[in-house]
Design a protein around this ligand. Structure first.
Ligand code: COA
Length: 210
């Protein structure tokens, strides 16, 4: 189970708070962040977008694995590590962004390193991966410095900003685990159609207690 707060050298990872809204709006409303994030990260990042994100990330029970990166006493970025479903239940995907004014200080490299070490120490998680746009050298450096291996290039697998682009899959794995046996330690799932003995657990974010 990942801790709620992860103390790093000059910053910390912690749950989002409703009071982070001004900082979130200041740093997330960034074309570079939008261009490099997968999923439906919006740009412009509006007041309503901030409310929507915080409604989940800063809810009464903050989702595990969704962190604010707090530096200089404000939330300056985000890091998420979310477990897959079904056959990907022993695999988590990591994503992150940092406000422009705070880049180039090694924050992302250290944050990813700390979280991945902890995640791969979970008994039933053996792989952490990130898809990176082919142009995103800073993100590739963050991953490479943390022992991620460039596994594959998915050609023309992304479309953004009017451009088709390649996506590079980076992953770090725990070599020593038997994922199937380890997954059983979580107990049987009651997920739809998967209640038979021996099936891996239902999807949840890393270490989730739900
Ligand atoms: C990717 C990102 C999180 C990196 O954050 P950061 O805290 O600035 O990263 P760090 O300071 O830890 O280090 C980044 C590495 O990239 C390098 N780098 C930074 N800018 C670079 C550039 N324009 N070209 C090449 N390398 C660059 C740094 O030198 C460093 O590598 P090094 O350790 O070998 O010197 C940040 O640039 C960002 O938020 N980008 C937009 C969102 C994004 O791309 N998210 C990732 C999606 S996969």
């Amino acid at each position: 189970m990942l801790p709620q707060i992860i103390q790093c050298s000059s910053f910390q990872l912690r749950p989002w708070r409703i009071a982070d809204k001004p900082a979130l709006l200041r740093y997330a409303n960034d074309r570079v962040v939008w261009r490099n994030m997968s999923g439906n990260f919006p740009y412009p990042f509006t007041d309503a977008d901030a409310d929507q994100l915080l409604a989940v990330a800063a809810g009464q029970t903050p989702p595990e694995g969704i962190y604010a990166i707090e530096a200089d006493r404000e939330a300056v970025g985000m890091l998420s590590i979310v477990r897959g479903r079904h056959i990907e239940c022993c695999f988590a995907e990591i994503g992150y962004w940092l406000g422009e004014a705070h880049r180039g200080r090694g924050i992302a490299t250290e944050a990813v390193g700390r979280v991945v070490e902890m995640a791969l120490a979970e008994p039933n998680l053996v792989r952490v991966a990130a898809p990176v746009a082919a142009w995103n050298t800073p993100s590739m450096r963050v991953l490479e410095r943390n022992g991620f291996v460039r596994e594959a290039v998915l050609r023309r697998a992304g479309y953004k900003d009017g451009t088709l682009f390649d996506r590079v899959i980076y992953a770090r794995i725990r070599e020593s685990a038997d994922p199937y046996v380890a997954a059983l330690e979580c107990g049987p799932t009651h997920d739809m159609g998967e209640s038979r003995r021996g099936q891996p657990p239902a999807s949840r974010s890393v270490g989730s207690a739900t």
